[in-house]
Design a protein around this ligand. Structure first.
Ligand SMILES: C[S@@+](CC[C@H](N)C(=O)[O-])C[C@H]1O[C@@H](n2cnc3c(N)ncnc32)[C@H](O)[C@@H]1O
Length: 285
């Protein structure tokens, strides 16, 4: 296809809804990082992401040609998956090396018709983005790593446009947690519901109660929350992830397809224990 033909096709498809299934996200991950990721993932792509990426894409009701601000992208393939679906993406990440990695990956995999890619080295606590300018925002398993979450909550409320929507996934607890990965990894409690992995710089990890979510993310800009969805309850977290079996976490990614498509829906249907994470949208209206 010539560049002109590609541009015509791209224009014709602008506005088409973007769908990202669990299977499609694995296919993208293979296309972006090679077959080896089926044996061992090279980034954080694993069970939780196979649940989170399809959820976020649907929750944001993304369409080709729209722009998404992705906060704390790390070395995730999600921005690339969206770009491949014709969505423009702002990759906002604190770590300059990870932004460089994102840009190199983009340059190596870009094709005509892809969405545009805007890498940004910046902190979510002070985003170099105009107020009321973002209509779609995603933060996938990233906000829990930022100690100054009050600043992030205020910033999300500030940059969202009227009618704009943010899809967030964050760790959840209904009561105070005193440990994390007990007996498996050494996480030291540093604040109420917040932990740091011993000897690992930048490993801050915070759990949120409903009251915390309300105070930190909803109240600053009076955002409206959707019903929460969860993942990682007594089977997927209690008997797998937060146990010694976690050594298989990054391995054999196809097992995660079974866990995401069969075990996760059953767990969500019948298990009323706390999920490890919740997923919800916030809307400015
Ligand atoms: C678990 S990783 C990202 C996961 C990623 N969103 C995904 O889908 O796999 C968390 C990321 O947040 C980034 N981060 C930490 N503090 C930040 C801040 N203040 N502003 C922006 N990003 C930050 C870290 O550098 C890290 O890359």
């Amino acid at each position: 296809m010539t560049t002109t033909e590609a541009a015509v096709v791209e224009r014709a498809q602008t506005g088409r809804p973007v769908r990202l299934s669990a299977l499609r996200s694995i296919a993208y991950e293979v296309a972006l990082n090679g077959w080896r990721i089926l044996r061992e993932t090279v980034n954080d792509f694993s069970l939780w992401r196979i649940i989170e990426y399809p959820w976020s894409t649907e929750a944001l009701q993304l369409r080709r040609g729209e722009l998404v601000l992705d906060i704390g992208s790390g070395t995730s393939s999600y921005p690339h998956m969206l770009a491949k679906e014709g969505v423009d993406v702002v990759v906002l990440e604190l770590d300059a090396d990870r932004v460089r990695w994102q840009l190199a990956k983009r340059l190596a995999t870009a094709r005509p018709g892809d969405g545009r890619f805007f890498p940004l080295v910046a902190s979510a606590t002070a985003m170099p983005i105009r107020s009321d300018s973002i209509t779609k925002l995603a933060a996938i398993s990233s906000l829990e790593h930022i100690p100054d979450d009050a600043a992030v909550g205020a910033e999300i409320g500030r940059v969202l446009a009227q009618g704009g929507v943010a899809a967030l996934t964050i760790p959840y607890t209904s009561r105070d947690r005193e440990h994390f990965f007990k007996g498996i990894r050494t996480f030291v409690q540093v604040e109420r519901n917040a932990f740091v992995q011993e000897g690992k710089a930048g490993s801050f990890f915070r759990f949120y109660t409903d009251a915390d979510i309300e105070r930190v993310y909803m109240r600053p800009a009076n955002l409206r929350i959707s019903p929460q969805r969860g993942f990682g309850r007594s089977i997927l977290n209690g008997r797998y992830h937060e146990t010694k079996l976690t050594k298989y976490w990054r391995r054999f990614v196809l097992k995660d397809l079974f866990l995401a498509l069969i075990v996760h829906p059953l767990e969500e249907r019948f298990d009323r224990s706390d999920p490890l994470y919740v997923m919800f949208t916030l809307r400015k209206s």
